[in-house]
Design a protein around this ligand. Structure first.
Ligand SMILES: [Zn+2]
Length: 396
C-alpha cells in the first residue's frame, strides 16, 4: 500500500573538515541516505536532505599547526573538497552547509541559552591539564602519553589508536603537551554538564519500546539490532553527566552573558549535531520554507544516517539535548551502518589504507553510477531493507 506523503528531515553525518572522504564514509552515511531520499521524493514526500561540514575542535587546530597553516584555511580547503566530492558522487543534498557560519554559531548558542535558562545543566569544577608555557588548558588531543592498557607510548588523551581504548587524559602515564613538549600541570576549571544519568530512564524506554511520554513514537523492530544493542550496552553501563563545554580555541563561544563563559567554547555535543538545525534554517530561508515544521511538528519524521561510531551520539546524547530543549522531535530512526572493509582490512586514514572518493571520481569522471552501484551492492540488504522498513513507520 502506498502511504500518504509525509514530511521528512533526513540528515547525513557531518564530515569533519580535516581530511578527505573515503569510500567507507560514502557507503556508510551518504549513499544509503541519498537512495532513501530519492525514493521519498519519487513518492511525493516533502523532504529536506541536510548535511554540512563539521569545522570546529582541537583536531583542526592541531592539523593547522602541523601543516603550518590556519584553522580557517584548513576548513575552507576541506569544505570545498567535500562539496565537490558530494556533487560528483551524485549525493542530492538540499543544502550542504558549514558549522563555521554565523547562523550556526547563533543557533548553537541559542540551544545553550535555552538549556541554561531552563536549569538543565549542572556546573562542575574539575581538574584538567594546563600547559604553563602555552598558557592554556589542553584539549584531550593535545596530550600524549603512555596507554595504561597496552603501553603504547603515543596514546592521545581521548583514545589509544593502537588498542582502541577510550581514555581520559588523567589515565595517561607520563602525559606530555604536544604543543610545547612540556609536562602539563593539573588546574581547576569549571564547565557545564548535561546530566545524562537523570535521563537514563526515559532514554531506555524510548530506545527499547519506542514510547516517549506515553505516546508511541517508533517501532523498535524498525531499528537495526546493532543500533539498539549498542544503546542498551551504554545504558546498562550507566550514563554519566557529559561536559557540554570545553576550554578550546576554535569553536562556538559560550554565550558572553553567562557568568564564567570567558575562554569557554561549546563542546562537540552542543555544536556539531546542531549543525543539522542551522543548515535547515539556511535552506528554509533560501527556499521560503518554515524550518520549524521539519524539526518541531510532531507529524514530521527525523532520520539520521550515520556510521556506527556515531550511535551513542545520535541515539542518546543528541536526543537528550533535543528533549531538554523541549520543542524538538526525536529521531524516528537512526540507521547506522557497519564499517566497510577494504580487501578484508579496516579502512585506515593513518595507515593510508583507503580509496579517496574525490581521487576515484577525478580519475574516473564518468563512473559515478558504477561506483555508487558497487558500494551499494554489498550493503544493499541494508539500504533497501531500511527503505522498506522506514516506509512502514507511518503504517497507521
Ligand atoms: Zn592502548
Amino acid at each position: 500500500m502506498i502511504h500518504p506523503p509525509q514530511r521528512y528531515i533526513v540528515t547525513s553525518a557531518l564530515p569533519y573538515a580535516n581530511g578527505p572522504l573515503h569510500i567507507g564514509h560514502l557507503t556508510g552515511a551518504y549513499l544509503p541516505a541519498d537512495i532513501f531520499v530519492r525514493m521519498l521524493r519519487m513518492l511525493d514526500n516533502d523532504v529536506a536532505f541536510i548535511c554540512g561540514s563539521d569545522e570546529h575542535g582541537a583536531a583542526i587546530t592541531i592539523r593547522a599547526l602541523k601543516d603550518n597553516s590556519t584553522p580557517q584555511a584548513i576548513i575552507d580547503k576541506y569544505h570545498a573538497l567535500f562539496q565537490e566530492t558530494f556533487l560528483k558522487a551524485g549525493i542530492s543534498f538540499d543544502i550542504y552547509h558549514r558549522t563555521s557560519s554565523p547562523l550556526h554559531h547563533e543557533t548553537a548558542q541559542e540551544f545553550f541559552r535555552s538549556l541554561y535558562a531552563q536549569g538543565q545543566f549542572v556546573e562542575e569544577e574539575s581538574e584538567q591539564y594546563y600547559d604553563q608555557e602555552a598558557g592554556k588548558f589542553l584539549a584531550d588531543r593535545y596530550i600524549k602519553g603512555t596507554c595504561p592498557k597496552c603501553s603504547n607510548p603515543d596514546a592521545y588523551g581521548d583514545q589509544c589508536e593502537r588498542c582502541g581504548s577510550s581514555l581520559s587524559p588523567l589515565e595517561l602515564i607520563n602525559p606530555v603537551s604536544t604543543i610545547t613538549g612540556t609536562k602539563p600541570e593539573l588546574r581547576k576549571t569549571k564547565h557545564w554538564y548535561l546530566p545524562l544519568d537523570k535521563y537514563e530512564s526515559w532514554l531506555r524506554t524510548w530506545v527499547e519500546t519506542g514510547v516517549l511520554d506515553g505516546v508511541e513514537h517508533h517501532d523498535p523492530a524498525d531499528w537495526k539490532t546493532h543500533v539498539i544493542g549498542q544503546c542498551k550496552s551504554w545504558l546498562d553501563g550507566g550514563l554519566q553527566p557529559r561536559a557540554m563545554t570545553r576550554d578550546l580555541d576554535w569553536g562556538v563561544d559560550v554565550p558572553q552573558e553567562i557568568p564564567g563563559s570567558a575562554g569557554k567554547k561549546l563542546y562537540v555535543w552542543m555544536d556539531a549535531p546542531i549543525g543539522y538545525v542551522s543548515a535547515t534554517k539556511q535552506w528554509a530561508a533560501d527556499n521560503g520554507k518554515d524550518w520549524k515544521a521539519y524539526w518541531q511538528d510532531p507529524e514530521s519524521s527525523l532520520i539520521h544516517f550515520i556510521g556506527k561510531d556515531n550511535i551513542v551520539f545520535h541515539c542518546l546524547i543528541f536526543p537528550a539535548i533535543l528533549k531538554a530543549h523541549g520543542q524538538y522531535n526525536l529521531p524516528v530512526n537512526v540507521p547506522a551502518n557497519q564499517f566497510l572493509n577494504l580487501e578484508e582490512q579496516k579502512i585506515s586514514t593513518s595507515r593510508n589504507w583507503a580509496i579517496w572518493v574525490h581521487e576515484f571520481l577525478n580519475e574516473n569522471p564518468d563512473q559515478t553510477d558504477a561506483l555508487r552501484y558497487v558500494l551499494t551492492y554489498s550493503p544493499i540488504s541494508f539500504a533497501m531493507a531500511r527503505c522498506l522498513s522506514l516506509m512502514r513507520i507511518h503504517r497507521s
